[in-house]
Design a protein around this ligand. Structure first.
Ligand code: EPZ
Length: 430
């Protein structure tokens, strides 16, 4: 079994370029199927989840061409709308966007149940209720079937703020007949990015970024060129890596506004933050102090940053308290940090983290994507060598993490060869 190894104790220094946002790209690539013509997407991250999504589209006979390392051309004019039940569908949560996109464009979708990170049961009832409100008949059997001969606008209220349901309903509603309103909508940057992309193809979506999104259905969408926004969580991970190693790192190619909840917490902690137009510099010069964090939908503190912050707080003096409000059970990785010497007590959705003097390297497991990043960060700060197992999760969502950390001065290496770096071949993914 291959591992990522880290010999800790090297403060990170320098600049790191942030890639395109995974969770925006995973929505926007399926959204491209709604267009009548070719779509070109720039700033697409090179990660396993994107390769997987592309494979699913290729099963539908969509032609995907890499124009350069981060630019793809999607030509869905020959799409054959068939049932999607491959392993690739089950591997990934975001395959649910294919239901909204295919239903919106063809009035029919049959897609396997989405999988994804294994930290918790992740229902999609709000997505399915939304499709039903738009006039689709939905059945859940061996696959999820959604079908209608008339998609129409609807007034929808989401019981829970859900990023996926908000985006999926937008995808299904953009070509529907009439006006759809999503109340209690998610406001995440990738919701806004997907709405902007739909509008760049001629869609009429307004209010994205607020809790009330209005979608006025249009007859068709045309092709577009669109650039995906930078990854807020990847940027936050490197900012946290700067702090845990007591280094000095500038994250570049970001949108600082998207980072507000994270930078505010790093300032409270005692880190020094300098903001630029499209970069943030994080450094540590004095003592750090305990924090209280509650995860919440945007603009609150992102749940996807929770594990890396817990890793960092395990070395901060005092008692920090982290409450997970978005997912039911997102602390399953904590026992890995405890193996390294962290002092963390769990009580349901609350973690109490008493800062320890040091973590000690040992063999630990990446239990999901962000937990995997947390393990790497813990390894960067630990005494000795940390071996992180199950690193396929990390490659799902972080582009070239090992190389990026190495450039910043980390002593990190990988003994496998399955890092997700798809070979760029005109017309197909090698
Ligand atoms: C997205 O998941 C992200 N994934 C997750 O990132 C992220 O943790 C999450 O949003 C919250 O920000 C993708 O974008 C692919 P939700 P999503 O619907 O959209 C409940 C990562 O590490 N819920 O906003 O699937 C649900 O159980 C991943 O990059 C329902 O009850 O999350 C959760 O408690 C992990 N019914 C809450 O809502 C539903 O139908 C928020 O989930 C849908 C959701």
């Amino acid at each position: 079994m291959s591992h990522i190894y880290i010999r800790g104790g090297h403060p990170l220094h320098g600049d790191v370029e942030i890639s395109g946002m995974k969770n925006a790209a995973l929505a926007i690539i399926p959204a491209a199927l709604l267009a009548d013509d070719v779509v070109v997407l720039e700033n697409v991250p090179h990660i396993a989840d994107i390769t997987n999504m592309i494979q699913i589209l290729q099963d539908l006979k969509v032609r995907i061409t890499y124009l350069d390392e981060h630019t793809i051309r999607i030509d869905s004019r020959g799409l054959q709308n068939q049932a999607l039940a491959s392993e690739a569908v089950h591997k990934m949560r975001a395959s649910y966007y294919l239901i909204g996109a295919l239903l919106g464009r063809y009035g029919k979708a049959a897609v396997g149940y989405p999988g994804g990170c294994n930290f918790v049961q992740r229902p999609i009832d709000l997505h399915l209720k939304g499709f039903e409100a738009l006039g689709a008949k939905v059945e859940v059997g061996d696959l999820i079937y959604a079908e209608t001969d008339h998609l129409h606008g609807a007034n929808i209220f989401l019981d829970i703020v859900s990023v996926g349901a908000t985006i999926n309903i937008m995808l299904a509603a953009v070509l529907a007949d009439g006006e759809t309103v999503i109340n209690n909508a998610a406001k995440e940057p990738h919701v806004v990015d997907t709405a902007n992309f739909l509008n760049s193809m001629g869609g009429r979506v307004s209010g994205a970024g607020t809790d009330r999104i209005v979608i006025r259905g249009v007859k068709s969408l045309h092709g577009a060129n669109y650039q995906i926004i930078p990854d807020q969580i990847e940027a936050g991970t490197y900012m946290t890596a700067a702090v845990i190693t007591k280094g000095d790192v500038t994250v570049r190619n970001i949108i600082p506004k998207h980072m507000s909840a994270i930078t505010a917490k790093l300032v409270d902690l005692g880190a020094t933050i300098q903001e630029f137009d499209d970069a943030i510099r994080v450094s540590v010069h004095g003592p750090l102090s305990e924090l209280m964090i509650k995860t919440a939908p945007y603009p609150g503190f992102p749940t996807d940053m929770q594990p890396v912050f817990v890793a960092m707080l395990s070395l901060v003096p005092g008692s920090s308290i982290v409450t997970e409000n978005v997912w039911d059970n997102r602390f399953s990785y904590v026992n890995q940090l405890v193996k390294m010497g962290a002092d963390i007590h769990l009580d349901g959705r609350i973690a109490v983290i008493k800062g320890v003097e040091k973590l000690t390297g040992c063999e630990i497991e990446a239990t999901d994507l962000r937990a995997g990043a947390a393990m790497v960060l813990a390894g960067l700060a630990a005494d000795g060598v940390t071996a992180v197992d199950n690193v396929k999760y990390i490659f799902r969502g972080y582009e070239s993490m090992i190389e990026k950390l190495r450039v910043l001065g980390a002593d990190i290496w990988y003994d496998g060869d399955e890092q997700n770096q798809p070979v760029v071949v005109e017309g197909k993914i090698g």
